[in-house]
Design a protein around this ligand. Structure first.
Ligand SMILES: CC/C=C\C/C=C\CCCC/C=C/C(=O)SCCNC(=O)CCNC(=O)[C@H](O)C(C)(C)COP(=O)(O)OP(=O)(O)OC[C@H]1O[C@@H](n2cnc3c(N)ncnc32)[C@H](O)[C@@H]1OP(=O)(O)O
Length: 309
């Protein structure tokens, strides 16, 4: 689907209507590009594209795309960012030449600061609906992607930023103990929804997830490795090289076998959100509309600003 058409269909809601496409986890496995492809079949024209928030470059010879978050100061996941993120994933997913994507940040020291807190403060019910749908859409696309997804975590990655990394197939983090990662929602006085929790449990197991979620822990990189929250630590200067090597290893397998296995592992969790999407939006709205929650979020933002001065 052309980017302009996609953007029009997404419209202000930030969401692709589900009727527009099959979810990635329900699609048939794609044949690998290259010799198996009928000669003369044009590849989708998306070698490199970028928008205000995200830059993507696809190397058609390897089938690997590099996606870089570039939304200063901290790559917060605003409605606009989430919309661009979903559009970028959709473009790659629909491009037969693309088999894998490495997700990283173009900013120093920050992978992503998580959901943009200002999107959850003092806004209308319509805005909360649109925002939360865009958060759901991003996760459904990323967690349900048929592509191999590798997170090259080159900075701190709290809450929604951690969810992005957790939703990938493999996480490599720069071994800087100043960088931390985790679902710290409880520290903000808010609660990670069930599908954040399910994604976390699927990576680290129930006990570690329960303790970490209740405490709202942000784990420095070495601790994140011990907990299995990330798969590997490497010196920062080796991060991209390592991500490319891991990607090559995963792409050495036949796509169909890997994709069907991924679907088998993730389907129940994806289906749970798909079945309860509207209810989840209602829960989000009633939760963030509470005066006590608004107060907690405002205090947290003030704390961030004070810490700076
Ligand atoms: C029952 C349940 C049912 C339904 C669900 C209910 C509830 C909803 C759940 C919602 C789930 C939420 C998920 C989230 O992702 S919440 C966001 C969590 N994020 C954080 O806690 C990170 C906060 N930020 C930081 O810790 C630091 O900023 C960071 C990332 C380590 C970078 O530090 P530093 O380089 O020093 O930069 P600054 O702190 O100076 O920040 C620069 C600038 O950016 C602003 N900012 C930072 N993070 C955010 C953010 N997430 N959203 C918006 N703005 C952010 C910061 O305030 C500074 O702004 P300024 O104007 O002062 O320059």
């Amino acid at each position: 689907m052309a980017a302009a058409t996609l953007a029009r269909r997404i419209g202000r809601s930030g969401v692709l209507p589900l009727c527009c496409r099959l979810p990635a986890w329900d699609r048939a496995a794609r044949p690998p590009p290259g010799p198996a492809q009928p000669p003369g079949l044009p590849l989708a024209p998306c070698r490199s594209f970028s928008n205000n928030k995200i830059q993507v470059e696809l190397d058609e010879s390897s089938g690997v795309a590099m996606m870089k978050f570039k939304s200063p100061p901290v790559n917060s996941l605003s409605l606009e960012f989430l919309t661009e993120f979903s559009i970028s994933l959709e473009k790659l997913e629909n491009n037969k030449a693309c088999r894998g994507v490495i997700i990283t940040s173009a900013l120093p020291k920050i992978f992503s600061s998580g959901l943009d807190i200002t999107e959850m403060c003092g806004k209308s019910i319509e805005h909360y609906t649109e925002f939360w749908r865009a958060v759901q859409e991003m996760w459904l696309r990323l967690y349900g992607s048929n592509m191999v997804t590798v997170a090259a975590v080159n900075g701190s990655s709290p809450a929604g930023g951690c969810l992005v990394a957790l939703s990938c197939d493999y996480r490599i983090m720069a071994e800087n103990p100043k960088f931390s990662i985790g679902l710290n929602e409880a520290q903000l006085g808010i609660v990670a929804p069930f599908w954040f929790k399910d994604t976390f449990v699927n990576v680290v197991g129930h006990r570690i997830a329960e303790r970490s979620l209740q405490l709202g822990s942000l784990h420095p990189a070495p601790e994140a490795l011990k907990l299995g929250l990330v798969d590997e630590l490497v010196p920062e200067e080796k991060l991209m090289e390592k991500a490319a090597a891991v990607m090559a290893q995963w792409l050495a397998l036949p796509d169909h076998a890997r994709q069907l296995t991924k679907t088998m592992m993730r389907k129940a969790v994806l289906d749970r959100l798909v079945a309860h999407r509207e209810e989840d939006i209602k829960n989000f709205i009633s939760f963030v509309s509470k005066e006590s929650i608004q107060k907690s979020l405002r205090m947290y933002m003030e704390m961030l600003k004070k810490r700076k001065s």
